[in-house]
Design a binder for this molecule. Structure first.
Ligand code: 3H9
Length: 679
């Protein structure tokens, strides 16, 4: 079937695109649109044109898979221009999501009609790009600079209603009568002259010219969000050109910047992330017809910080949860924290009071373990200790109905050992949520040796339902994320014992793009997690810090000193403690360069990632990237550790690891020697 077909409804030519799944504007679609508009021009029986899409959505953008390949005419900017130059009015009929190039096509049209549930946006910035088919020039002219700026710079879509209020949509159609309403609309405006041509409009540009501070204000207000990124700054620049320059000059500028961004590393990385996220949802080695088990009731064992956070994910998705604790006080505390979290979100206006009550009404707190019996899935979040976990799995196996999934939220321990305590190891899986579990996007789905395909597939589907980005991991200590983190932690400790200062280590990582470094992270989490005053023997810097009451932000001091506003400053006491350790070891403090800090923190992680791949603990290198991007704040514009390693060069990394005395993983070594990459 061809990507674009036409039919006549009286004097209206209805142009329909059909390019599943999202009607991306690939070459065949562009060529089809061009041919249809040209045919309409030549046909005296046509007085207006409707452009619409089959399937679930209006054009969701340019075809991202074509980027980086030789361009094939007609280009999207030319198609948009051709539509705009049509002497017969063109109406865009929008349903689903009109995104990127899709919205640019709609902006090239003279009129736009949308169903109430439609969303319209220019998300190119999320791919490290800017709209490259006139979007940065037409949207400000149609919707005004103040509304166009955030749409282009942040890339979030707006609703049809909002679009109507800013002049981006001319009319709202019936949800189920878009095509008919669009044809009626086209007939109505067919004789109206002159045609509204987006690129020729000046009214809203004049208004922006009168408000000289609009760009400066926007930059100042959003400085933090834009840190480190190339594309948002380029977007602002392009919109500024829409105000300062003619349309033709503005478009020239847009195109120039688009190609610069397209070939830059940030966009390559962000496009990698786009496809990596989608690849992560796919499970290797299970039959396509594997069933998904119904999960209508969840049981949660443990109402602590993790248990409560995990519970909220299900409540928010409308799935009832029975939560079990051993003591009433702990249960009450857990439930009240859940409520408080919801109420805080409501205070910020992100959910309504009714939604708070709806979520809470789905929660059944109890001290009775047997109340979990009819759950479809039980997740345990009890203390991280194998003996305790083993015991819990024995009890779960004896209590929970057959066929139900038994999951552990362990962040480190062997899921197969837990499964071995049950008579249904095929139903046992690891669901490793990250703290705070109601906020963090990542879920490591740990596939045990005997986990059944149905249990695995169900867990992945469930993750999507509760808004998580799930990655399949094999069973190994720390799974994918924490296993790599421990390499970084070990190097961070080693670095400060050679002379690097904790604040230098943190600074190098934040400059790289992490939200915080390892020592800031320790101070935030509390240095005394897993430390005990009774057994502490001043054996590590951490021991001594804790012994001296420096237990992190909560005590006003840790690696850093904190003022009453929790603002940190380097601590002379910490520095002295570290110097003491170095002196006792008989070594000399030395100056450690920023370059060495960065290489020693990140290269061993890549090395561990290579081992994880080799052992098949991760399905693909890009899954490792997704773990680090969503669970640990690795900056997306570098693509994640494995993609980043490719851009650095595996030979360079292997050589540096050798220099620092780290044994190079065989897979990394082999790839480096052959000049290969991970992705
Ligand atoms: C652009 O437009 C540049 C222009 O300004 C200038 C040009 C000169 N291309 O996300 P899903 C695939 S840049 C190719 O799971 P959902 C996707 O990989 C573009 N493929 O569905 C997946 O494949 P698979 C600006 C695409 O329902 C499948 O479709 N536009 C594209 O959860 C289903 O996707 C954007 O950035 C594409 N543009 O969400 C919008 N889009 O099944 C990007 C999707 O093999 N797209 N695929 O894994 C989206 O945000 C979501 O896909 C959407 C649907 C919200 C539309």
């Amino acid at each position: 079937m061809s990507a674009v077909t036409t039919r006549k409804d009286g004097d209206v030519l209805v142009v329909s695109a059909n390019n599943p799944p999202v009607n991306a504007l690939g070459h065949a679609v562009r060529a089809g649109l061009e041919a249809a508009v040209k045919a309409a021009a030549a046909d005296s029986g046509v007085s207006a044109i409707v452009i619409r899409c089959e399937g679930r959505t209006f054009f969701a953008g340019a075809d991202i898979t074509e980027f980086g390949k030789p361009p094939q005419a007609p280009g999207l900017p030319d198609v948009c221009d051709l539509i705009e130059q049509s002497s017969k009015p063109v109406v865009a009929a929008i349903h689903g999501t009109a995104l990127g190039g899709g919205l640019e096509v709609a902006l090239g049209c003279h009129y736009r009609i949308a169903v109430p549930t439609a969303k319209l946006g220019l998300p190119e910035v999320k791919l490290g790009l800017l709209p490259g088919a006139g979007g940065t020039q037409r949207l400000p002219r149609v919707a005004g600079v103040a509304d166009a700026l955030p749409m282009i710079v942040f890339g979030d879509p707006v609703s049809a209603k909002k679009a109507e209020s800013i002049g981006l949509v001319d009319r709202i159609a019936g949800e189920d009568s878009l095509e008919a309403d669009a044809i009626a609309f086209a007939r109505e405006i067919a004789k109206k002259t002159p045609l509204p041509v987006s690129s020729a409009r000046t009214d809203k540009i004049e208004a922006a010219k009168a408000d000289a501070g609009v760009f400066e204000r926007f930059v100042t207000e959003n400085a933090r969000k834009l840190r480190g990124l190339d594309a948002p700054a380029a977007c602002i620049e392009a919109v500024r050109a829409a105000v300062d320059l003619s349309y033709a000059e503005g478009v020239k500028k847009e195109r120039e910047v688009f190609f610069k961004l397209l070939t830059g590393n940030q966009s390559k990385a962000l496009r990698h992330v786009f496809f990596a996220e989608r690849a992560a949802a796919k499970i290797d080695g299970i039959p396509a017809d594997t069933p998904v088990l119904p999960i209508k009731k969840v049981g949660m064992l443990g109402a602590g910080t993790m248990g409560g956070g995990i519970t909220m994910n299900f409540l928010s998705a409308g799935i009832p949860v029975t939560i079990v604790e051993r003591e009433q006080a702990a249960l009450d505390r857990g439930v009240s924290i859940i409520r408080k979290n919801y109420e805080n979100t409501a205070k910020k206006g992100r959910i309504t009071a009714e939604q708070v009550e709806k979520a809470m009404s789905l929660l059944t707190p109890t001290l009775d373990f047997n109340a979990l019996a009819d759950s479809d899935l039980v997740i345990e979040a009890v203390f991280e200790n194998m003996d305790i976990k083993r015991d819990v799995f024995r009890r779960l196996d004896a209590t929970i109905k057959p066929g139900a999934i038994l999951a552990s939220n362990t962040s480190y321990l062997n899921v197969d050992e837990m499964a071995a305590e049950t008579k249904r190891p095929e139903s046992v899986i690891g669901l490793h949520f990250f703290s705070p579990a109601n906020v963090m996007k990542l879920l490591e789905v740990v596939r045990g040796a005997k986990t059944s395909p149905a249990v695995l597939k169900t867990s992945m589907e469930l993750a999507r339902k509760i808004g998580k980005v799930a990655v399949v991991s094999g069973v190994c200590p720390g799974f994918i994320g924490n296993r790599m983190l421990s390499q970084r932690q070990a190097q961070a400790q080693a670095l400060i014992l050679e002379g690097a200062k904790p604040w230098d280590v943190d600074r190098v990582l934040t400059q790289f793009g992490f939200p915080m470094g390892p020592f800031q992270m320790s101070d935030l989490a509390g240095l005394d997690i897993g430390w005990s005053a009774e057994t502490s023997k001043s054996e590590s810097v951490r021991d001594v810090l804790c012994e001296r009451g420096r237990r992190g932000q909560k005590t006003g001091k840790g690696f850093y000193d904190y003022d009453e506003n929790r603002k940190s400053s380097p601590s002379p006491e910490t520095e002295a403690i570290i110097a003491d350790f170095i002196a006792k070891s008989g070594k000399q403090q030395r100056a450690v360069s920023d370059e060495e800090i960065l290489e020693r923190l990140l290269y061993p992680m890549v090395n561990e990632g290579a081992k994880i791949l080799e052992e098949k603990m991760a399905q693909r290198a890009s899954d490792i990237d997704i773990v680090w991007l969503n669970g640990y704040g690795w900056p997306a514009y570098t693509g994640g550790p494995m993609f980043w390693a490719d851009t650095v060069g595996l030979d360079k990394i292997a050589a540096a690891l050798g220099k620092y005395g780290v044994e190079v993983a065989p897979l990394l070594k082999a790839k480096a020697e052959k000049g290969e990459s991970f992705n």
